[in-house]
Design a protein around this ligand. Structure first.
Ligand SMILES: [Zn+2]
Ligand SMILES: [Zn+2]
Length: 175
């Protein structure tokens, strides 16, 4: 677990870069997190606050919402946290607007951003992942994965969320 030594910080941003195993962030029970989380941030101390900014990313395993196949994709999340000295009212990170840094707390002299990074990565998970934009999904009649081969069923529109009708599978013609 990487920690940021606040005693070394000044007003000029200091760069930090490390790889965090999913287990040390408490993400090992999340099936999506099989790879390390890369963290690239700068930290600087301004008055009573330590501002930590940058990006966290990881190759994440997801299940396609249309065809249900597993796939992996790099998910990147912005990190913008304003740390204050002391103990927090509770450990929750408030997710506010994009420009507002999240508020968090540290006990001197080290900032341990693990819990904040964990929550940032969880929030960054896509709600409705699709393996690719033109995924054809499953046939609502027979359940065949239409990315692999047309099953021959004629489908009028869809009853699912994708909103892009599953095309009548006659020779995969482009329209
Ligand atoms: Zn898919
Ligand atoms: Zn079918």
């Amino acid at each position: 677990m990487e920690r940021i030594d606040v005693r070394r910080l000044g007003r000029e941003p200091m760069a930090f870069r490390w790889e965090e195993p999913a287990a040390t962030l408490g993400l090992e029970t999340e099936p999506a997190f099989r790879h390390a989380i890369s963290v690239e941030v700068t930290a600087r101390k301004i008055g009573a606050q330590v501002l930590v900014n940058g990006v966290a990313s990881s190759l994440i395993r997801l299940e396609c919402g249309r065809c249900l196949e597993a796939f992996e994709r790099t998910v990147r999340a912005d990190v913008a946290i304003a740390y204050r000295e002391g103990t927090p009212p509770n450990r929750r990170v408030d997710v506010i607007g994009d420009d507002e840094p999240e508020a968090s707390w540290y006990e001197p002299p080290f900032i341990d951003p693990g819990e904040d990074l964990r929550q940032i990565m969880l929030v960054a998970m896509p709600d409705y992942p699709v393996c690719r934009a033109d995924c054809r999904g499953l046939c609502p009649q027979c359940g065949a994965n239409l990315n692999l081969a047309p099953c021959g069923h004629k489908v009028e529109g869809t009853d699912g969320q994708p909103g892009r009708g599953v095309k009548v599978p006659e020779g995969e013609k482009e329209t």
